[in-house]
Design a protein around this ligand. Structure first.
Ligand SMILES: [Zn+2]
Length: 138
């Protein structure tokens, strides 16, 4: 199954797992890392969760990676793929705030892969799977 993902996506498993070790999660002990493949540049951007003693100041791995993507590519960035891994035995889906943040840069073709810590079992979603009836404009 893992080789299948490698063939069809731009998953960088080694880097994704390296970024997982960078997580600042002293409070939850729940480490998460994310890889975003940006469509226009073809580049990948990575992020990990960065917790804070003031819990509301915490940022998730997905939004950390989005910040890196936009800082490098700019406002027109489009997400092709997202790969997310954590320390959990089962794949963990993005939180609601991250789903809304991902939608901002996603298309109907964007796919979100969530992996168990062994990177062998995973689920794949479209953004409309994760956030149906999303708020996208006003
Ligand atoms: Zn989140």
């Amino acid at each position: 199954m893992e080789d299948h993902v490698h063939l069809k996506t731009q998953l960088n498993k080694d880097k994704l797992l390296d970024v997982l070790t960078k997580s600042h999660s002293p409070y939850s002990k729940f480490r998460v890392s994310a890889q975003i493949v940006e469509k226009l540049s073809g580049e990948s951007f990575f992020g990990c969760n960065v917790e804070n003693a003031s819990f509301g100041a915490t940022i998730c791995a997905e939004r950390s990676a989005i910040s890196s993507m936009v800082s490098n590519v700019g406002s027109k960035a489009e997400i092709k793929e997202v790969h997310i891994v954590s320390d959990m035995e089962e794949p963990v889906s993005p939180c609601g705030v991250c789903r809304q943040s991902l939608v901002e840069f996603s298309t109907s073709e964007t796919r979100v892969y969530v992996y168990a810590k062994d990177m062998k079992s995973f689920n794949v979603f479209s953004m409309s799977d994760l956030l149906p009836h999303a708020f996208v404009s006003f």
